[in-house]
Design a protein around this ligand. Structure first.
Ligand SMILES: *Cc1c(COP(=O)(O)O)cnc(C)c1O
Length: 236
């Protein structure tokens, strides 16, 4: 026993193994809540990870990939094309709208009327309907993006007036320093309320690496998991 040989325990799990683990946890959480595991879509959030990592996830069967920066989305799309289904989950500035509209299946972060107008303008120019989710700041956390809960119906009404924009559900990112479960439950209640008037509002994008099990128990239809799939993010 002179030099330490690498052992099985030194090896990081592969992306395929991590994906298997995340899926197993989604299934277990869904079963605990009496939900169909198939009703939950895993969006693997690849921000800061290289295109190679996305390609490895795709090879392991992962289709939905999230990005939170417009420039990074564009770069990876140049490298990988539309072999995956892209999602935009980050804060979106109006001057970046052209990089995102038409490039992603779903924008998870619509949170203000001016952004709705900018997205719709661009979608009209491309002759498409851009699908979005409305991001809600349920905890009223100043560091988090999202509209206030009492603005949801007004924003949905605005989107309904824009034929090139559709809003299919709600997103939230709970406060770091609180139990996320009440925030997830509140988002679901907001979705149920909104769906009475706007039946197309069905999706709930909630849950990240640290709390996606809870989110699935509380009704998430899309979970956004980064580190849980790709490993730890350096320097972010
Ligand atoms: C980075 C990010 C995620 C994934 O976070 P992890 O902690 O790596 O799972 C999810 N949603 C948004 C909006 C993000 O920016």
């Amino acid at each position: 026993m002179t030099t330490a040989q690498p052992t099985l325990h030194d090896q990081q799990p592969t992306i395929a193994q991590r994906l298997g683990d995340v899926h197993a946890r989604i299934t277990a959480a869904a079963v605990r809540a009496g939900r169909d595991p198939q009703a939950v879509t895993l969006v693997a959030v690849a921000k800061t990870f290289e295109s190679d990592a996305v390609a490895a996830a795709r090879a392991a069967g992962q289709v939905d990939i999230g990005e939170s920066r417009a420039q990074e989305l564009s770069t990876k799309r140049e490298e990988l094309g539309d072999s995956v289904r892209w999602h935009f989950v980050g804060r979106l500035q109006r001057n970046k709208v052209a990089d995102v509209v038409g490039a992603v299946a779903l924008v998870h972060s619509l949170d203000r009327p001016a952004l709705a107008d900018a997205l719709a303008d661009r979608a009209q120019r491309l002759g498409i309907v851009q699908r979005t989710l409305l991001q809600v700041n349920v905890d009223d956390d100043e560091t988090k993006a999202g509209c206030a809960p009492d603005e949801v119906l007004r924003l949905l009404a605005r989107v309904r007036e824009l034929p090139h924009l559709a809003c299919l559900g709600l997103t939230t990112i709970p406060s770091m320093d609180a139990d996320p479960r009440p925030a997830f439950a509140q988002l679901r209640a907001l979705r149920d309320q909104a769906a009475e008037r706007y039946p197309e509002v069905v999706e709930l994008s909630m849950g990240m690496s640290g709390d996606f099990d809870t989110a699935v128990e509380e009704g998430a239809t899309l979970v956004r998991v980064g580190e849980g799939v790709f490993g730890s993010r350096q320097g972010d």
